[in-house]
Design a protein around this ligand. Structure first.
Ligand SMILES: Cc1cc2nc3c(=O)[nH]c(=O)nc-3n(C[C@H](O)[C@H](O)[C@H](O)COP(=O)(O)O)c2cc1C
Length: 308
């Protein structure tokens, strides 16, 4: 399961794991939030014994700051590896020289990786896009080779340019170039919405695995679907509405139980999650409007869901 800020919290991960996700990430952690001890960041690190194996992704720009933040992080959580975010396209992130900015500021990227790999006792990975504002596969290939030499343990590649955001198709050819350039494991990300698209990614890129991101929103069944499709080539069985309702109820229960935010924030978050699950059912737009307009609490949302 790919990292998704604002989505992949403990409730999301528990549901994903119960439906077959093999490895999950915490929500991305910002270097400065950690150093300045922002309450919300620490809340996002909530976990328990069912939530393994897990990785963490750090966003930041300053090598020493990244090390300090990583050390603090590793004092709080036990993770299989630490990933450096070189993929986030948000304006405010790029302005602070973080995220996808590192794709065009490779001296900074290499310094971050060097210090983390030298000082920390766990594998360091990176998540990249296939370029910043224009297709430049040669640059990306040179960059990943250098990162492998520095000691990066694996690379996650979202097959879009930073400038594309989430629009446009995925560039399987560019992911393949990364895969062919290094010996470490490479994982493909982008438009994995079914078993078929996972197979397409694996076939076209030769990569070692795939990451599910938006395809998992309100659809935890995707993990088993992919596994099954890769093994047998069989199309997925239809998920009944009763199954959807039951998974959604469980997801809302987990949010109620585990998310430590204000009651107001929690209800807002539950609305978002309920809408994910209900998007493909008949009458979804009316339901969405009702959930948005008529609910002020967990019970209100649950009542609408159970009435459907
Ligand atoms: C809401 C949202 C939040 C995301 N947050 C992160 C993040 O924190 N770190 C990251 O590396 N990628 C993040 N991504 C990118 C995904 O991990 C993934 O690479 C991208 O969505 C492409 O996969 P998809 O087309 O299957 O959704 C985010 C994507 C979405 C939709």
């Amino acid at each position: 399961m790919a990292p998704m800020a604002g989505c992949t919290d403990l409730p999301f991960r528990l549901i994903a794991r119960e439906h077959g996700a093999k490895l999950c990430f915490y929500e991305m952690v910002d270097m400065n939030s950690l150093i300045h001890k922002r309450h919300e960041t620490y809340g996002n690190l909530k976990t328990d014994e069912r939530d393994l194996p897990i990785a963490v992704q750090l966003l930041g720009s300053d090598p020493l700051g990244m090390l300090k933040a990583a050390e603090r992080l590793l004092g709080l959580v036990k993770v299989s590896f630490l990933d450096v975010n070189c993929a986030c396209p948000a304006k405010k992130v790029i302005k602070k020289n973080s995220g996808a900015h590192l794709l065009r500021d490779t001296p900074r990227l290499y310094s971050i990786l060097q210090i983390l790999i030298k000082e920390l006792p766990l594998p360091i990975t990176m998540k990249i896009r296939t370029g910043f504002s224009k297709k430049d596969d040669d640059h990306i290939v040179e960059m990943v080779k250098r990162c492998e030499n520095i000691g990066v343990s694996a690379i996650f590649v979202h097959g879009r340019l930073k400038s594309q955001g989430y629009a446009g198709g995925v560039d399987h050819g560019a992911i393949k170039k990364v895969k062919d350039a290094v010996r470490i494991p490479v994982f493909g990300s982008g438009d994995i919405f079914s078993g078929e698209s996972a197979k397409l990614m694996l076939d076209k890129t030769g990569c070692d695995g795939v990451m599910v991101a938006r395809g998992g929103l309100g659809n935890p069944w995707i993990f088993k679907e992919i596994e099954e499709y890769l093994k047998t080539g069989r199309p997925p069985k239809e998920i009944s509405f009763a199954e959807k309702k039951s998974a959604l109820k469980k997801h809302l229960d987990y949010i109620d139980k585990y998310k430590s935010i204000s009651a107001f924030g929690k209800t807002g978050f539950m609305r978002k999650v309920a809408i994910w699950y209900l998007k493909s059912i008949p009458g979804a737009s009316d339901l969405r409007a009702r959930i948005t307009r008529e609910t002020k609490s967990y019970q209100d949302i649950l009542k609408i869901v159970m009435e459907i």
